[in-house]
Design a protein around this ligand. Sequence first.
Ligand code: MG
Length: 157
Amino acid sequence: MRIGFGYDIHRLKTGEDLILGGEKIDSEKGLEGHSDADVLIHALIDSLLGASSLGDIGVYFPDSDPQWRGISSLILLEKISALLAEKRWAILNVDLTLVLEKPKLFGYYPGMKKNIARVLKMSEDNINIKASTNEGIELIGKEEGIAAFSVALLEKR
Ligand code: MG
């Protein structure tokens, strides 16, 4: 078994869509980025690549490549899922943490879990999503951005 860790942060901007875990969140501000800027899925991808020693998200989906512009990060996750299957890695569980001041996301967790379970072909019971505020401190506290952390446990089959 192997453990992996992932982290990502994106800047908040008025007028952008806010997509987290593949769900469109009701919010005045959204995240800026090359893809749909789904910070939660990006952290998840990096934890999967970390556990499997397959690099990081930038290796597979560079910012400089126009084909990833505005793309759903669930499609990127699907590509990484296929890569892990090819290398005979099974995902045992993932634990995800978002850090943001608002909005409250509790009601969106079931949809996010469903999206991730579908793409990674794993049980929702093995996916945990939670969130914390930054208590008004520093850039996340000032609502300039949203960060995400992910830990994943993989098993070689
Ligand atoms: Mg990112």
